[in-house]
Design a protein around this ligand. Structure first.
Ligand SMILES: Cc1cc2nc3c(=O)[nH]c(=O)nc-3n(C[C@H](O)[C@H](O)[C@H](O)COP(=O)(O)OP(=O)(O)OC[C@H]3O[C@@H](n4cnc5c(N)ncnc54)[C@H](O)[C@@H]3O)c2cc1C
Length: 200
């Protein structure tokens, strides 16, 4: 089978790696609207369960060069939280170590990292299984491809991009973020985004 993924954010690249791991696909193509990887926001936290999944998918969260250039395709530069500190009103400081010896004993710690660094270590992993590497089930990322239309029949789905090009797959995964065009095209009446109020 062949999978088409729309969006090369964290969701799209993780989905590509996970579909590849399933062993059900011959190749996977990811289509991203921007010309180069970018992401909003600053830091994020990855708890031990997430870090364990990253390890399983071959994504290196903390083996990168801590002094490397910003936005470089690199092993990640995550810091692993070793302890928390409490500072009550009297100004004293208490430290509580975080036990790294998780239930499964694999040492997956509580990671902190910049969002762009996480994206870059996802790209690094995806490039390691790119079409030119000879890897089974290669993953290819196509930049500058903005989804405009979607058509499906009983056996396949076809995406059309704003430059007029198309891509067909047995499966199309919409990983195009909170204002998903995929969602809009398939379910035009879906609210454009969820807010806390609409979920209450
Ligand atoms: C400031 C901030 C801090 C956060 N901190 C944390 C945290 O600590 N821990 C945590 O787990 N989560 C955190 N989150 C949430 C997390 O970042 C999001 O859940 C995550 O980015 C969602 O990933 P995604 O791939 O679904 O969407 P996105 O990251 O939005 O990626 C979507 C991708 O699709 C592309 N795209 C969009 N439309 C199209 C189209 N028409 N055609 C082709 N491509 C398209 C976009 O360019 C983008 O690259 C934080 C979010 C923010 C904003």
């Amino acid at each position: 089978m062949h999978a088409v993924i729309v969006g090369a954010g964290m969701g799209g690249l993780f989905a590509a790696l996970a579909l590849r791991e399933s062993g059900q696909f011959a190749s996977i193509d990811v289509y991203e609207q921007t010309r180069e990887p970018s992401t909003a926001g600053a830091g994020l936290n990855i708890p031990p369960n997430g870090a364990r999944l990253c390890k399983w998918l071959g994504v290196d969260l903390d083996g990168g060069d801590p002094k490397g250039p910003h936005g470089a395709v690199d092993g990640g530069r995550a810091a692993i939280l070793e302890s928390t500190r409490g500072i009550p009103a009297d100004g004293s400081v208490s430290t509580k170590p975080i036990d790294h010896n998780t239930a499964t004993g694999d040492g997956a710690g509580f990671h902190h990292m910049h969002r762009l660094d996480l994206l870059m270590c996802l790209y690094k992993r995806v490039f390691e299984v790119g079409p030119k590497t000879g890897a089974t089930c290669p993953i290819e990322v196509h930049m500058g491809k903005r989804l405009a239309a979607l058509r499906q029949d009983p056996s396949s789905a076809t995406t059309t991009f704003t430059d007029g090009s198309t891509a067909a797959g047995d499966v199309v995964v919409g990983a195009d973020g909170i204002n998903s065009k995929t969602l809009q095209l398939l379910w035009p009446d879906a609210p454009p985004r969820r807010s806390r109020e609409s979920m209450e």
